[in-house]
Design a protein around this ligand. Sequence first.
Ligand code: F0G
Length: 459
Amino acid sequence: MEPENCFQKCISAACAATFDVREVHVGCPRCGDLLDAAYDWSAVSPPRRLADFQARWANRSNALDFSGVWRFRELLNFCPDECKVTLGEGQTLLLPGAGVAAYIGAKPTSVFLQYEGLNPSGSFKDNGMAAAFSHARMVGARRVACASTGNTSASLALYAAHCGLPAIVFIGSGRVAFGKLAQALDYGARTFQIPGDFDACMRRVKEASQRLKLYLMNSLNPFRLEGQKTIMYRVLEGLGWEAPDWVVVPGGNLGNSSAFGKAFMELKELGLLKRLPRLAVINSTGADTLDRLVNRKKLVWNGGRYDRQAIAADWAWQDETHRLPHTVASAIEIARPVNAAKCLRALEVCDGVVRAVDDSAIMDAKAQVSRCGLGCEPASAASVAGARLLVEQGVIDRDARIVCILTGHPLKDPDATVGYHTGDYPPGKEVRGARTFANMPIPVADDIEAICAAIEGGR
Ligand code: F0G
């Protein structure tokens, strides 16, 4: 497909303004709502069956066919091939998790874990960055920027280094896990730490981007979400091109959940998928804005005529009550999710639900994921803790096919993991709760008799 068949479109049904694919916007210039990448599907020739994408595996010496994003390019073809950026992202796995199924309370064969920690920078963000950097290249961007709870900055810094573009990232002081900060610094991003949380960083990076013409890479960028759609294509591929019953995903800035909803909406429109999965978006109780908006304030998408004022009123209420997010799952420590409206759409498309789980449940679930032989960072484990809660509540059937998205690699946040196992948390990062699966280090004298006795004693 030629880029001429792609355009940008405001998600608001009342506005629905369209813009050229080569324009750079972080919101609709007419009404301020979010923009989508949209396609003239009649001019695109996607494969007649999703299974046809599999043929690309045979052509892996072509970098675009190797990429877990671009091998689905007909479904996100907003730029010519020569602009497409890839670092081999998306070589990720959908693995059965019998141990995790037992923990969740589901049938042993019915739980699958989509391990996005296998990406080049160790998180799902790389799917989105491959796409957003391609758009940046197409429009001739000179500098790229983001606000981040850590993974976006790591991923942006990696792709910027690869593309030779200067990178500018904003992070909240003391809010970012060390593995992620280490990456941003090492890949050479100029890393601005401001006093405040992610939401403060987001506000500033938007202002700075506008003033200094920086290309903004946060998930407000519609092209980033196009890359993240491919996570769902790979889940379908892992299940033999059949939809699971449930996709369970952590919710922070709500880019992933929004992208998943869009992927399924389009596959249905194209007649490539008949039955869609249901979607569960999981907040932390320490950063539960979506849970509040959907479950308490009953906010719905309503075909694009959602109550925008209700979201603004919630933001104002947070200001008035000085409510600040706080969770061990620092990646999702976000109180003003920029993609809230698109997430409402995803919930409508996929008959979705929202839940919040506490830090102790998140860390117990994380330990279970590791014992299953995979691993993830705290925010990712919200998906498993959320699935467990939903099975307990009878919302998810124990025989249902459940896919939990493991969004980031376990080595991203070693402090949280060591804190959980030893009880020795870094100051200000304590997690209250049982630490049910704590695996304490065992002190032993430097003496072979004592060592052997200690090993045998634990038999
Ligand atoms: N899991 C991990 C590991 C993340 O890094 C994030 C978001 C999420 C889940 C939530 O995803 O925002 O699409 O709902 N991290 C962003 C960042 C905000 O800056 O790295 P979402």
